[in-house]
Structures are given as C-alpha cells and as structure tokens.
Design a protein around this ligand. Structure first.
Ligand SMILES: NC(=O)c1ccc[n+]([C@@H]2O[C@H](COP(=O)([O-])OP(=O)(O)OC[C@H]3O[C@@H](n4cnc5c(N)ncnc54)[C@H](O)[C@@H]3O)[C@@H](O)[C@H]2O)c1
Length: 328
C-alpha cells in the first residue's frame, strides 16, 4: 500500500479558508456528538533551544481516520536559520486498518485551522455588525485570524498593535494582498496606544488587560506553558462578567487562557458557559444581546487537525498532487 507525501506547497494548493471553516465546524460538531476520541496533549519543552513540541491526536469515527500532529514552536527559528517559528507534521491513518494514508506538512494547517476557529466563534459570539478588529502581534495568527474573520463578517478596519513595530509593514502588505481570500476592502490602521478601545473583536496572544467594553468579543489562542511557571498571557480580570466559551473545556481549564482566571478566582469552572460545539449544534445560545461580552478560548484540538488534514488529502488526491511512498 502507498502513503501520500505532501509538502507545504501541496498543502497550500489544497486549502482555502472557506473550506477549512466548513471542515472545522464539522469537527466541532463531531466532538460534541461524542464521535471523537481525543487523548490528552503530550507536551515537551526544550528551553536550551527556546522550543517546545506538542503532540495532538484523535480518532474521528465520522471519517474513520486517526490523525497525529507533531507541532513545535521554536522561537529562535528565523533568526538563526530560515525555518518558521511554528513548524509541524501531520500523520493520517486509516481508522479501519491502521495503514498510513498520508504524511503532510502541518505548519500551515495549524495556522489556518486556528484562524478558522476564530471565524466560527465570531459567527456565534460576536455582534453581527462587527466592523473593527484589533490584533495584538504581527505574526502568523495575527494574519490568519483576520483572514478567517473576513470570510464571515464585513470587517472594515484592522487595528494592529505589535511591540515589534518592524513587523507592521510586512503585516500590512500581506493583509492588503488579500491572498487568502479576505475578499473585502479594508482600512488598515496601526494602533499602538488605543489597543482594544473601539473594536468589536480582538485577537491576541499577549498584552490584553483592563476592562472589557460592552459588546466586545475576544479570541484567546495561547496556552499556558510550564516554562512561564504556568502563567498565561492575559490579565485574568478580562474574564470578569464575560460569557466564556472554550473549544474543549477540559483542555482550556488545564492549559488555556481561562486557567489563569480560574486560578486567580476571577471565575469558577462552573461559570464557563460551554463549548463551541454545543452552540454550533443549537444546544446553547450564542451571543444573546448587543451588550454581552464574550470570550472564546481555543487551545487547539486534534479534531481540528484531523478534519483539515482529511480535506487536504482528498483535494490533493483529486488534483494529483504530492508523491507516493511504500512503507510496506
Ligand atoms: N491555540 C491554537 O490552536 C494555536 C494555534 C497556532 C498558534 N498558537 C499560539 O499562538 C501564538 C502565536 O502564534 P503565531 O503563529 O502567530 O506565531 P508567530 O511567531 O508568527 O507570531 C508571534 C507574535 O507574537 C508577538 N510577540 C512575541 N513576543 C511577544 C511579547 N513578549 N509581547 C508581545 N507580543 C509578543 C510578536 O509580535 C509576533 O508577531 C503562539 O504562542 C502559538 O503557540 C495557538
């Protein structure tokens, strides 16, 4: 039997943000319906190389596949070599036989499926008339969250803050190119003092503090790390009075941004409103008023990788991309 091998360019040619949003929605629903076995994330840290590796895996009974993603953040990459900071590989297996079906670059998949998660949550939790997005940081997720949002909302203004101002020109050029189907004309402004003021939706790894404004929605996609003494990046006070939704509550409580708010006793575990799959399935309401403050905490799930990688594999097969290798 043959295994398909896909490099990053093959993966890029087999992906669109719209298709990944659809796939991740299916994945969240499958998880909600109990069709997914998703073991705990395995984490390793290499502080001497300023790096860390996570293994996210799952069995999805709906598409009968097993996926394993080995994804790393090596934060000196790009400075001492030509590698990206976020780097990874996905292995796909046939869930009926265990045979290896495909090995593909996972760097882009992690990035795009996280952007898709932000878009899905905003459809359910943000104000429908949201026009302004604030972005903290000027890296990969700062782009993907905006590309995802522009698929589902009429975003007009992006306010971006980075503590590394040199990132901003490249960021602006990339977002304006709209090469990931942003599809809307946008006004772009740098924002290094107003930060979260006057925005409807904000995306952030670091630097979020202070009180929320009524009607705002926040996307948290960082996870707490042992090397930071299990500290998160957001001020826990942000969670006060918010409707808090997670991708997987179990995962978010142990390693998401909401962990910090629970440890600081700003919220209790019982205050967490629910999981995104419950809202997608119509079991719980999403945003219920224009003033409501909402937060989506996404620690990233194996099922997101699974459904996105399966989509890539199917499209690559149709397009005749990649190479084949015989392990057996
Ligand atoms: N939850 C998920 O599923 C998921 C998926 C992808 C990435 N992530 C996480 O999101 C984060 C960003 O990923 P990325 O792909 O955008 O990485 P990236 O390296 O492309 O960008 C990181 C950005 O963080 C900013 N930054 C770095 N140090 C900072 C500091 N001390 N203070 C303020 N800003 C700082 C920089 O402006 C930089 O642009 C990482 O922590 C990664 O682990 C989570």
């Amino acid at each position: 039997m043959k295994t398909m091998l896909l490099c990053m360019d093959d993966v890029r040619s087999s992906l669109s943000m719209a298709a990944v949003i659809e796939a991740v929605e299916e994945g969240y629903l499958a998880f909600e319906e109990g069709k997914v076995q998703q073991p705990d994330i395995v984490s390793m840290e290499m502080p001497e190389h300023h790096g860390e590796t996570d293994i996210k895996s799952c069995y999805n009974a709906l598409n009968e596949s097993v996926s394993v993603k080995i994804a790393s953040g090596f934060y000196d990459n790009g400075k001492t070599n030509d590698l990206p900071t976020m780097i990874g590989t996905i292995l796909l297996f046939d869930g009926r036989t265990g045979a290896s079906v495909c090995i593909m670059d996972g760097s882009l998949i992690t990035a795009i499926r996280t952007g898709a998660a932000g878009a899905i949550s905003s459809k359910l939790l943000a104000r429908k008339d949201s026009k302004t997005v604030a972005v903290f940081g000027g890296g990969g997720q700062a782009r993907m969250q905006v590309y995802g949002l522009c698929q589902v909302m009429d975003i007009e203004t992006i306010k971006v803050y980075s503590q590394y101002p040199h990132e901003l020109a490249a960021y602006k050029a990339d977002v304006e190119k709209r090469d990931w189907e942003t599809g809307h004309p946008m006004r772009f402004c740098r924002d290094d003092d107003g930060r979260r003021r006057y925005c409807h939706i904000y995306n952030a790894v670091k630097g979020v503090f202070g009180e929320q404004q009524p009607g705002q929605t926040g996307h948290a996609y960082c996870r707490c790390r042992r090397r930071y003494g299990w500290k998160n990046e957001w001020d826990p006070q942000i969670f006060r009075g918010a409707k808090v939704v997670g991708d997987s509550i179990a995962q978010c409580v142990s390693r998401g941004e909401m962990r910090n708010a629970i440890v600081a006793k700003v919220i209790a575990e019982d205050d967490i409103y629910g999981e995104i799959g419950e809202i997608l399935a119509g079991k719980k309401a999403g945003r219920e008023s224009a003033e409501e403050i909402t937060i989506f905490d996404t620690t990233g799930m194996g099922i997101q990788d699974n459904v996105t990688a399966m989509r890539v594999y199917e499209i690559a097969k149709e397009k005749g991309l990649g190479q084949w290798f015989e392990f057996l």
